[in-house]
Design a protein around this ligand. Sequence first.
Ligand code: ZN
Ligand code: ZN
Length: 611
Amino acid sequence: MFEALFQTFEEPEGGVALTARLAAFREELLRRKLTGFVIPRADQQQNEYVPPSDERLAWLTGFTGSAGMAIVLTHGAAVFVDGRYTLQAAKQVDVKAWSVEPLVEPPPESWLSEHLKAGDRLGFDPWLHTSAAAERLAAACARAGAELVAVDSNPLDSVWTERPAPPLGAVSVHGLEFAGESEADKLGRIRAEIAKLGVDALVLSDSHAVAWTFNIRGADISHTPLPLSYALVPKDGHPSIFIDHRKLSNSTRAHLEASADVKEPDALTAALAALSQSGASIALDNATAADALSRLISSSGGKPVRGNDPVALLKAMKNAVEIKGTQTAHRRDAVALARFLAWIDHEAPKRGLTEIDTVEALETFRRDTGALKDVSFPTIAGTGPNGAIVHYRVTRKTNRRIALGDLLLIDSGAQYEDGTTDVTRTIAIGEPTDEMRDRFTRVLRGHIAIARAAFPDGTSGAQLDSLARQFLWHAGLDFAHGTGHGVGSYLSVHEGPARISKLGTAPLKRGMILSNEPGYYKTDAFGIRIENLELVVAAEIEGAEQPMNAFETLTLAPIDRRLINVGRISKREINWINDYHARVRREVAPLLDEATRTWLEAATEPLVQPQ
Ligand code: ZN
Ligand code: ZN
């Protein structure tokens, strides 16, 4: 019934005897006169989701988390993971062959400085690291008197005999009815940015930027409609796009050829070398450009200029057509969410649904819209103690039955051609405890503080972040993740440059879409998160002396009234909730079947504060 789900629940294989692979890899290093090698969990463009052909870390170590690194030395090997994955890594890797080490504090470079010996030759594949990452590795080697060696071909690929072929997902045109701006107009704006940078050309090393610029989407990677590709935009003259021709139909090729020279991916290096020979300065994106590109430009006589890809900001500020599209997408998604939430209220208390049941049901309701292209990330459905694991992903083994008294946290999203969604609701199953209601109310007040915020144009996400935490802080509580991330337009659900977090230095600009998702997690007990997507808009403030911005909420789904401690919130907050629920009812109820509409009307009843 659900066999074609966009998400699987298989436990990643672990504890398998991968030791033979490690031995073969060490022999290959020996043949190449290397004493060690670095294997990041990365593809050439630092994508969040990587195709199977780039799962080198998982193939060699067994560790399948979404972030990590391995370093193999002649004597000793380590897998580096962040706090989310410590337990998983210890289960998945052969701990006799690998030690599990922290990825962040201290970083792998500290481990390297301790374990490398003078004269060692540590290899790395410059296509899989940014220049900044390569510089950190080089510094660690230097401290130990060792040498960092950029290899021409990856030694792991030599021993990975059954390595899958790179993906060849069909490219489609993202029409003007969704994109709202032609390729020619976008290229005009990019050329203006190139002029501001004072360079001769810009490399688009991020497939998201290529997709946005040329109004195309692809199918190379799960959950994000990316066409893996590069582009080279000169300050004047024709741009080139580098993409496998097998992904193009006659019509998509014709679409691309109208604004660019369409070339095979391996033509990129020749094009960069040719441009560099004239001494050209070429802008590269700090976040996604492989160190190999920088090296190639330098060694061919050009000048690599590293910085932020200007396209990231252009892409993040959605135009009127994209905004209308995301509003339509959110109303469509709201129908699926209302049906899902009604179903949960009806079924969960009586028949012991499992977490997997909820994931399957939610995806089915979204499929029923007839417009679902993919889920925007694997759904996080955690009940009881599983809800407290921030990046929890249910598997057949961890699948928990929803019990009376549980909080169910469900964080999910959809990819529709007109917009990307991301929403979290926390649902009371049976009677919640006073503690659950207190914590939920504090999280909700933080969520409302962000939703109602007014802020001068140019304000950064870091400046807003504490608004979401203040009511938790009052009780000595907090949550260990950012408050919000940028969201793409039928692109990545995690999009830069802006975010609402301590680290969010980029200003929030009108047209950006950001999530508002404070939470609270009580280990081994329950998890709470309330997430809506918000659009940055101009704020209408009487007497304002400077341009001001505010958020307009895009997500339309009831917030569980049973978890709100009405006596502990302000009149203003009550009004916000009642206005929001009235809007949900007004916009979504007409789109629902009768049973769901009846449920929605009850779920959006106004709250009344006790006198
Ligand atoms: Zn989410
Ligand atoms: Zn989110």
